[in-house]
Design a protein around this ligand. Structure first.
Ligand SMILES: Nc1ncnc2c1ncn2[C@@H]1O[C@H](COP(=O)(O)OP(=O)(O)OP(=O)(O)O)[C@@H](O)[C@H]1O
Length: 446
């Protein structure tokens, strides 16, 4: 498939025509040896019509003007037959010569055919059989081929949702990869935009929005999240992945963490934070906090030893990455609820955290559920009053922002509407992480 590399506009001119929808022949096809009278290079392929699409597209070849096979979808009927290849020239369909016809004319012939379909093809010079790649990616965007004006063949598109794991079977085309959904039984691959194409679209969309709204800093997201290459990480006995609870302040991460630790305080641990505030009578160094001098903390912050830190009433507070590592190496499950900005520092091949995003329900449910149990506002220093209307709105706002900036880092999302339900979902997630192989960035599994 010839795609000019001068921008997405060019893709419009490069549409394949689907060789046909919903009626592609079911194999067994009967490969016949070339007719005695025919030249040796002609092959005749007979296929029986069924509900399965052929999994091939046709187009008019730019230089020769002939109808050729543009694309063969991996695992589809055409591919499995081993008889139809990219570049094969279509000479006849059911005895009708297609010379001078358009791809749409050919489609019409196919659509009006019943029973068996016979193709007369001139084989392409090089039958480059499609190599199946083993690449798996996690998609960081939703894709709906029916609304994509650029896809060369809508019927061949593969729709997916953000978070789906896709098996990329072919990256031969710079703009359109072939993929299957991981675990999907459907053998035939579908077309999806390649990383290069999707990145280009995102940059284009962002420039549009930036131009319309120059003040909007929401579009300063550094990364262009398209696809992330992933591999399966198998649970390792005695080494537990840290569980990271991310969410808007006030959404309930502490509550969930506390309940989880209460189920088995020896197994689930959270690191003791460091502080530069003076120790109070009755406090024990290493229990509530590790008490250190401000100078020492500043020095360690400078040396990137803290996964997160902040200042409150003139004192520094922070969690060191060493304490997280210590919990892991001692064989405990480390539970963290850091500020979302800490995610980048935590998401390393060494720590391999499992990130759970705690999402607030819609505003009404958020208010009703918290008010019903007289939940204490975490925005109040003394924790002595309920949440205000404004604080509820703030929770929703910061949730939206966290999702916008970081949703590609979430392994799982739990909506904290009913606390008991959210907690049971957390328990299942934690069990899953301990027992099941799960997808992680492929650099973590090497
Ligand atoms: N689903 C829920 N229904 C009712 N109340 C809840 C629910 N989840 C949490 N709460 C209550 O909301 C309050 C705030 O929760 P919590 O302290 O866990 O928030 P947080 O996200 O850890 O906030 P921060 O990050 O600001 O410390 C607590 O009183 C908690 O019991």
């Amino acid at each position: 498939m010839e795609i000019k590399k001068n921008g997405t506009q060019a893709l419009l001119e490069a549409h394949d025509t689907v060789a046909q929808k919903d009626y592609y022949p079911h194999l067994p096809e009967i490969p016949q040896e070339g007719d005695e009278e025919e030249e040796e290079t002609i092959k005749i392929v007979q296929l029986v019509k069924s509900n399965e699409p052929l999994g091939a597209t046709i187009k008019t070849d730019e230089s020769s003007g002939k109808i050729v096979i543009a694309r063969v979808m991996h695992g589809g009927a055409a591919d499995r037959s081993g008889l139809i290849h990219v570049g094969d020239e279509v000479v006849e369909v059911n005895g009708i010569n297609v010379e001078g016809k358009t791809p749409n004319d050919v489609l019409a012939i196919l659509q009006s055919s019943e029973g068996t379909i016979t193709f007369k093809l001139v084989p392409a010079d090089s039958k480059c059989s499609i190599r199946e790649s083993k690449v798996r990616v996690r998609a960081h965007f939703d894709y709906d081929s029916s609304t994509d004006p650029y896809i060369p063949c809508k019927e061949a598109g593969l729709d997916f949702k953000k978070g789906d794991v896709l098996h990329i079977v072919s990256q031969d085309d710079a703009y359109w990869w072939q993929a299957r959904k991981e675990g999907d039984r459907n053998m035939r691959a579908g077309l999806i935009p390649s990383r290069a194409l999707q990145e280009r679209r995102i940059i284009h969309d962002r420039t549009q929005v930036d131009n319309e709204n120059a003040e909007n800093d929401d579009f300063d997201r550094e990364e262009i999240a398209t696809y992330e290459e992933v591999a399966k990480l198998y649970p390792r006995p005695g080494i537990y992945r840290p569980i990271v609870l991310i969410g808007a302040p006030g959404v309930g991460r502490n509550e969930l963490k506390r309940r989880l630790i209460d189920t088995d305080p020896d197994k689930y641990r959270t690191p003791t934070p460091y502080t530069s505030r003076p120790i109070k009578p009755g406090e024990i160094n290493g229990k509530e906090y590790f008490f250190v001098t401000r100078e020492k903390m500043e020095e360690d912050i400078e040396a990137s030893k803290f996964i997160e830190f902040g200042e409150y009433k003139g004192n520094l507070y922070g969690t060191s990455s060493e304490s997280v590592k210590a919990i892991v190496s001692e064989g405990h499950v480390c539970i963290l609820n850091p500020h979302y900005q800490a995610l980048k520092m935590l998401r390393t091949p060494q720590l391999k955290p499992y990130v759970i995003y705690i999402r607030p329900p819609d505003l009404e449910t958020l208010k009703d559920s918290r008010n019903a149990v007289h939940a204490r506002s975490t925005f109040d220093v003394n924790n002595s009053r309920g949440f205000t209307e404004e604080e509820y709105v703030d929770i929703e706002k910061s949730a939206a922002r966290i999702e916008f900036l970081y949703d590609h880092f979430f392994d799982e999302v739990i909506v904290n509407a009913d606390l008991a339900i959210a907690f049971s979902q957390l328990i299942s997630a934690v069990n899953r992480v301990e027992t099941e192989p799960l997808w992680v960035p492929c650099s973590w599994v090497q």
